[in-house]
Design a protein. Structure first.
Length: 615
């Protein structure tokens, strides 16, 4: 096997200064977890019918979807069969997330993703015990396929502005779902168009003409046998997109569609038979499914970034270009410090996101356990932090994946590199589950509140306590980890304080608080830094940084090998373990349908008559 591996990659692996397997074990959560994950991958990836004969990119829009449904079914069954009964559910989930197994099957994404990522979590988080028992029995076996239908044509961010109505009719003990306008149509939910037959719909509840806020309802919209849309349902697909083309995002309108009373998910708020409305202890609990997915996204970004950077680093070790020194031959492009600068930050960020995701997941689990006991104290903090980390990790990942793509030059533009598709997946996350600017502003809102509390002498939660630390305006720069953290805190404090000062200035000038907020919102999102780092500090930091790039250089291939993605999961001509980049590019090019015949019919139909002046 090693005879086939590219020589440069072999040399890189010999040069590596650390134990790659140890890092892999660390990422998996132990040596046993690595073994379990690899066993799962062996089993699932040996399943027949899981892979494409014709590359996904050469299929039509309709064929792509149909092929994705075919593969989703085979993949789901393979995953079920590969389940190890001796493992806990958490261990199985960890192995699945870490391996990114689905990426071996879908270069895009699965038409079942919303069922697993949102429909089931919405039932778990929003249904009462009886409802949970009934619906989970069906949903967990996929007897029904569901999605999460919140966003409408007219409103995504502003949930309180949703127009779909659910009007309670006490006579029949039913809710009447209705889309009063075009902009009330549900628009975007994945799987909605042709895959799912049920969904959790977020709609504005009215009882006796009185608004009772946005509530979740479980709605059947297709017949379970024929899959035909039910009466009162208007349904379709929203069309081609930058990515997510196999996810089957759809639209859905209701025309006075009736559902029984027990289809409102009633864990938090309830409607009794006679129409009595029992309020939720906190109206924001209805937004719980989104908080959960924001937490999951952070880990998803760490893995997708690791995948992109693995492809780009391996390619950069194989690719030789230009000259560094006369007559020294063409160097590996990984030897250019600019290339290291583009890529090593991706490796580091992936690790940072992995650790952050672990921390955030623990926080989520704790707050959720508290909520079950009726303690809502830490919900605002979880919301603020999940918003911020979702926004920061998706923004950074998009930038770093795109940088990985362009760092591969022309070959990174090829769909066969898989980098454009990975970009399509991660950039979507900047918008879905809360548009990033909007989420940053949610965090800013909590920070401003916290600073006000700090200034009035109140104690802050641990994650925001830096706002009450006494900070001198002239920080003495220190390049240690502690020093850098202190520097960040100083910058963060400065940003919040400056935004707050700006808001107060606008209020003093006569603006209302909402307008003052809007005027200061650029500062609130990315306020200018009153940082006290001097030019000399920056120069020193830059030297340290270049030094670090040099230290990482011999370990770069080892570091990405440690992510331990199989070739099938990387799904890339540029990133395979053996580095046969050029051979794979040619093999894939030959799969283009245009290469099936030496002369295309368009020559005789259009080009020849055109070139001969006969057209
Ligand atoms: C394979 C791909 C590669 C990546 C892998 C990733 C792996 C995982 C993903 C798997 C695939 C998933 C596929 C895609 C799924 C996308 C699904 C969607 O987009 S579904 C659609 C997703 N759609 C969205 O995400 C919509 C985004 N919009 C929103 O979330 C809200 O409307 C809002 C938060 C912006 C405002 O809400 P509004 O009601 O106007 O509230 P106000 O501003 O007036 O603030 C009032 C007070 O409430 C507080 N508070 C607010 N929220 C919460 C909370 N959750 N909790 C607690 N508190 C909360 C707030 O702090 C404030 O407190 P205070 O200051 O007064 O004390
Ligand atoms: C791939 C993909 C999959 C999706 N899947 C689903 C799904 O399964 N189910 C579902 O229900 N939805 C889904 N969505 C919808 C998604 O959740 C929304 O698109 C998202 O919440 C953003 O809302 P919007 O499109 O209304 O953007 P808008 O809110 O209209 O944003 C447009 C611009 O306005 C700005 N803006 C809006 N409000 C403010 C504000 N208060 N302050 C400052 N700026 C503001 C934003 O920053 C942005 O620049 C999906 C979206 C995508 C792209």
């Amino acid at each position: 096997m090693s005879a086939k591996v590219n020589d440069d990659l072999l040399t890189e692996r010999r040069k590596c200064e650390f134990n790659v397997e140890e890092l892999t074990n660390y990422l998996d959560g132990g040596a046993q977890a690595t073994q379990n994950r690899r066993k799962l991958e062996d089993k699932v990836l040996s399943t027949k019918g899981l892979f494409d004969e014709v590359p996904e990119e050469y299929l039509s829009h309709k064929e792509k979807y149909e092929n994705a449904v075919r593969k989703a079914v085979v993949y789901y069954k393979a995953m079920k069969e590969a389940e190890d009964p001796n493992q806990t559910e958490q261990e199985r989930a960890n192995a699945t997330y870490r391996s990114l197994l689905h990426a071996a099957v879908f270069k895009d994404n699965s038409p079942f993703s919303l069922h697993l990522a949102m429909f089931i979590p919405a039932i778990l988080g929003q249904a009462d015990e009886e409802q949970k028992k009934y619906w989970m029995k069906r949903a967990s076996k996929m007897e029904i396929i569901g999605t999460y239908a919140q966003t409408e044509l007219g409103h995504g961010t502003f949930i309180r502005g949703l127009e779909t109505t659910a009007t309670y009719d006490p006579k029949t003990e039913e809710f009447v779902l209705h889309s009063p306008t075009l902009t009330a149509y549900k628009w975007w939910p994945g799987s909605l168009a042709h895959t799912a037959n049920y969904c959790v719909v977020m709609a504005h509840l009215y009882i006796n003409g009185k608004s009772c806020g946005i509530q979740p309802f479980i709605v059947q919209f297709r017949d379970e046998e024929t899959h035909q849309p039910l009466p009162g349902i208007k349904l379709g697909e929203i069309g081609a997109k930058l990515g997510f083309n196999t996810v089957n995002n759809g639209f859905l309108g209701f025309d006075q569609h009736r559902i029984p009373r027990n289809r409102m998910l009633m864990k938090n708020a309830q409607v009794l038979k006679d129409g009595t409305f029992k309020r939720s202890p906190n109206s924001k609990l209805t937004y719980g499914t989104m908080v959960y997915v924001r937490v999951v996204i952070v880990n998803g970004m760490a893995n997708q970034l690791a995948r992109a950077v693995t492809i780009a680093v391996r390619y950069s070790a194989v690719r030789r270009q230009s000259e560094l020194k006369p007559d020294a031959g063409e160097p590996q492009i990984l030897d250019y410090v600019t290339q290291q600068h583009k890529l090593f930050i991706g490796i580091a960020s992936s690790h940072a996101f992995t650790l952050t995701a672990k921390w955030l997941t623990r926080m989520y689990q704790k707050v959720t356990a508290d909520l079950e006991k009726g303690n809502l104290d830490e919900l605002p903090e979880l919301h603020a932090i999940a918003c911020c980390l979702k926004a920061v990790t998706t923004t950074d990942t998009s930038v770093l994946v795109e940088r990985s793509r362009t760092s591969c030059g022309g070959h990174g533009y090829m769909l066969s590199s898989n980098l454009p598709q990975i970009y399509g997946l991660v950039t979507a996350a900047c918008t879905y589950e809360g548009e990033n600017t909007v989420l940053m502003l949610q965090t800013a809102r909590s920070l401003v509140k916290a600073l006000e509390q700090a200034q009035s002498g109140k104690r802050l939660s641990p994650t925001m306590s830096y706002l009450s630390e006494k900070v001198s305006s002239r920080l003495k720069w220190d390049n240690s980890i502690d020093g850098i953290v202190k520097g960040f805190r100083r910058v963060a404090y400065g940003k919040v304080e400056s935004a707050m000062r700006s808001m107060r200035k606008y209020v003093r000038s006569g603006l209302g608080p909402e307008d003052a907020w809007n005027m200061s919102s650029v500062q609130l999102v990315a306020a200018s830094e009153y940082t006290s780092i001097s030019e000399a500090d920056i120069r020193q930091l830059q030297d340290t940084y270049e030094d670090l790039l040099g230290k990482i250089r011999p370990n770069a291939v080892g570091l990405v090998d440690a992510f331990d993605f199989r070739d099938q999961i990387l799904n890339s001509t540029l990133g395979a373990y053996d580095g046969r980049v050029y051979e794979r590019l040619m093999e894939e090019a030959l799969k283009s349908p245009l290469n099936a015949e030496p002369v295309n019919q368009s020559f005789h139909k259009y080009l020849k008559p055109f070139m001969q002046g006969k057209l």
